[in-house]
Design a protein around this ligand. Structure first.
Ligand SMILES: Nc1ncnc2c1ncn2[C@@H]1O[C@H](COP(=O)(O)OP(=O)(O)O)[C@@H](O)[C@H]1O
Ligand SMILES: C[C@@](O)(CCOP(=O)(O)OP(=O)(O)O)CC(=O)O
Length: 446
């Protein structure tokens, strides 16, 4: 991958919602989210005519996967419609869409060409965007011998749809880093600068709009918020902000994207001052495979809440209280307070699950977390996000002894219980999306 003067590299972190699952869907309550050291990086390169590529093409590639590149043509849409991309058949490989990439291109290119600052279609030139995801986003089935050095961005040997995700929020990190890279690549610094509050606000609002459209639903947006801002106590934006957008490719779409993204009505609250992780502690993730996947847990919780308003609101309020307490305790490193708050989060999430019928902290997870919490150096544990069977988040002391004890326990537990539970390398992290520099070939390994 040759270095190019006009290249930009933007990265965004994965996420872990330590406390506040379900309640964070309601603007009355907030959740505590940390970024993760596993990042998705997007590198841009202008395409040189000598490469023989057609002049209105944008190529997005994800070289860690098979069938990993998507080629788009782009055309202007009349009536302030912005730009519509169309995937072109590469001819040589199976034709596979990537809905998240395509939707992001439609939103971001339309935003760029519809800005009032006289940007026109001519500001969009052919370019290639390379996606590089840190290894912890996916579990691998192939084993490498200990003597083989692990590549920074491992090749997965399969298509994206077949890859086993570890639940770190790949789509939010992808949409955010691709949005940041497209904006940095095509706009002058005077119109987009990721290092400024207004640049981050544009990145946040535009990424939320594109991610919701690609997902086909408006979630709480905590994953995109942490991809942009890193760790924070998050109160969601009002979903009505995104309800009036026409679909890409129609008249008025480009103008509506600019009006929506630049609107002063965005009301999310991102409180970064409340969150940090004290020296001596680490947030670590456990990936559990072999359990059953649970669907529609949000529907079950909503139905329970509707039928049991007073009880549910009491539980939601208690949980939000613990969100604040936990944030404060992690910041100052008060182990006793962290232990107590995480214990309360577990108790309340378990109760929400039992009452609603959603398997938020299933009994198998209760067993694993109880045993983990008995290990020396494990301060607390929770089922992160929506909960379920597939993950756990730990706050542990930052020493090799503790990591060794947790790894040995997970190995023994996996054999005993017939599951595959392993400690991921990823660490909780405070920083959000950032512009990376070309530092000595870091991006040239693939
Ligand atoms: N490394 C990547 N390269 C290209 N597309 C990706 C990558 N990671 C994620 N995506 C996109 O995000 C989708 C996964 O989204 P989703 O199922 O919501 O997972 P998650 O829970 O990890 O966000 C993929 O189907 C693909 O469209
Ligand atoms: C239920 C939720 O509040 C939290 C879900 O958190 P997860 O971290 O479990 O999310 P996914 O990785 O997207 O499945 C839904 C929301 O806030 O959107």
């Amino acid at each position: 991958m040759p270095e190019h003067k006009n290249s930009s590299v933007v990265s965004a972190p994965g996420k872990v919602l330590l406390a506040g699952g379900y309640i964070v869907l309601d603007r009355d309550y907030s959740g505590l989210v940390f970024g993760l050291s596993a990042r998705i990086n997007v590198v841009s390169h202008p395409i040189q005519p000598t490469q023989g590529v057609h002049l209105t093409e944008i190529v997005v590639e994800s070289p860690q996967f098979d069938d990993d590149s998507w080629v788009y043509g782009y055309t202007p849409v009349e009536g302030h419609g912005g730009v519509k991309v169309t995937q072109l058949d590469p001819g040589t490989k199976p034709f596979k869409p990537n809905h998240f990439v395509e939707t992001t291109l439609n939103y971001v290119l339309s935003y760029i060409v519809s800005l009032p600052a006289k940007q026109t279609l001519s500001s969009i030139h052919p370019a290639k965007f390379t996606i590089l995801a840190d290894n912890d986003y996916y579990s691998t089935t192939t084993t490498t011998s200990p003597s083989t050095p692990q590549r920074r961005f491992r090749h997965l040997g399969q298509t994206i749809s077949k890859a086993n995700k570890t639940g770190l929020g790949s789509s939010a990190a992808l949409v955010t880093s691709l949005t940041g890279c497209l904006l940095s690549h095509y706009l002058p610094r005077s119109l987009f600068d990721l290092s400024t509050p207004s640049g981050r606000r544009t990145l946040h609002n535009l990424s939320q709009a594109a991610h919701c459209a690609a997902q086909g639903k408006i979630g709480s947006g905590f994953d995109v918020a942490s991809a942009v801002y890193g760790s924070c106590v998050y109160r969601r934006f009002s979903p009505s902000l995104l309800s009036a957008l026409p679909p890409p490719g129609t008249r008025g779409f480009g103008r509506a994207v600019v009006e929506t993204v630049n609107s002063p009505d965005w009301d999310q609250e991102i409180s970064k001052e409340e969150t940090d992780l004290a020296e001596g502690l680490k947030i670590r993730m456990v990936d559990v495979t072999g359990g059953t996947a649970t669907v529609s847990m949000v529907k079950l919780v909503n139905a329970w809440r509707e039928g049991n308003k007073a009880e549910a609101d009491g539980l939601f309020a208690e949980l939000e209280g613990e969100v604040k307490v936990l944030a404060g305790a992690l910041k100052v490193g008060d182990e006793q307070a962290i232990k107590r708050a995480m214990g309360e989060v577990r108790r309340l999430m378990k109760r929400m699950g039992v009452e609603s019928g959603a398997e938020i902290e299933p009994d198998s997870q209760t067993k694993m977390l109880d045993e983990l919490e008995r290990l020396e150096g494990v301060v607390g544990s929770v089922v992160p996000g929506a909960g379920g069977y597939d993950a756990a988040a730990l706050v542990i002391r930052d020493d090799e002894g503790t990591v060794g004890r947790v790894e040995r326990f997970l190995g023994e537990y996996s054999q005993r219980e017939g599951v595959k539970a392993r400690l991921l390398d990823v660490l909780g992290e405070v920083e959000g999306a950032r512009l990376e520099s070309w530092d000595g070939g870091r991006w040239q390994e693939l």
